[in-house]
Design a protein around this ligand. Structure first.
Ligand code: HEC
Ligand code: HEC
Length: 209
């Protein structure tokens, strides 16, 4: 009898533990070791097309969860990332995202390179006219708590930002929010926008090794 009560009490605890599991950043750190080879190297580039692997440390936790789920559901097509995220459980995605949101190494090479892709001053004006600040703030340091989660884009690699904007435009990255906003912008405007946000200071960093 006593044993039955104990078992019941324990299974209750386990049940609650699973439903309300706290994110475990230590577990996240270990799981994220497979990500360091790309996200922990300054300026590491993706091949075909060539653009830099985005900086994900210091990103909003809710957006990291959201983007990994998007790869898993193939709303985003990148083969490596689809593979990586499909190997993760929901809980592991939460653990990794909680870990990544709170860590990072400085990457001092990022800001000066923004100009190579477009004109940041023109980009700032285009952003204002297009209403980007409503979700990304005036400088790309998007407020937390937007739904769907709005990523921090300040200080992100310019060529990655440009690549994302092109993907929203050609539909290879599926976002009901972003697609209509870039629909009528031309290539030069996309480049200038990318240059503007890349040149703004923000908290994004590369992963610690
Ligand atoms: C082989 C290199 C590689 C590895 C390993 C890798 N990634 Fe990525 N990751 C990329 C590339 C390239 C992109 C950009 C893909 C795209 O254009 O959608 C990306 C994008 C992301 C994004 C989206 C960032 C944003 O701003 O939208 C997240 C989040 C992410 N990776 C997390 C991870 C995690 C977590 C792991 C480990 C479990 C991991 N990645 C492993 C190359 C890699
Ligand atoms: C209504 C809110 C909203 C507005 C306005 C908005 N965005 Fe976004 N933005 C988002 C959301 C949400 C995402 C993530 C979508 C996804 O899951 O792909 C995003 C993603 C992005 C990304 C990809 C970042 C990454 O890390 O992959 C870029 C670049 C971007 N936005 C630039 C812009 C620009 C430039 C404008 C103005 C033309 C703009 N956004 C206007 C909400 C918004």
């Amino acid at each position: 009898m006593r044993n039955t009560v104990m078992t019941l009490a324990l299974s209750c605890l386990v049940g609650i533990g699973t439903a309300w599991a706290e994110e475990d950043t230590e577990r996240g750190r270990i799981l994220a070791e497979t990500c360091v080879g790309c996200h922990g190297v300054e300026g590491y580039t993706n091949a075909y097309p060539t653009y830099k692997v985005p900086r994900i440390a210091g990103q909003h936790e809710a957006y990291l969860v959201d983007s990994l789920q998007n790869y898993r559901e193939t709303n985003r097509q990148h083969p490596t990332m689809v593979g990586q995220s499909q190997a993760l459980s929901e809980e592991q995605i939460r653990d990794i995202s909680a870990y990544l949101a709170g860590v990072g190494r400085e990457d001092k090479r990022a800001y000066p390179r923004a100009r190579s892709i477009g004109n940041p001053d023109r980009g700032g004006q285009i952003a204002e006219d297009a209403g980007c600040q409503a979700c990304h703030g005036t400088d790309g340091n998007s407020p937390e708590g937007m739904q769907p989660p709005s990523p921090i884009i300040a200080g992100q690699y310019a060529d990655y930002l440009y690549q994302s904007l092109k993907q929203y435009q050609d539909g290879s990255r599926d976002s009901a929010t972003m697609a209509p906003l870039v629909e009528n912008l031309d290539d030069r405007e996309l480049r200038d926008l990318a240059a503007f946000y890349a040149s703004q200071p923000g908290p994004l960093k590369i992963m610690p090794r």
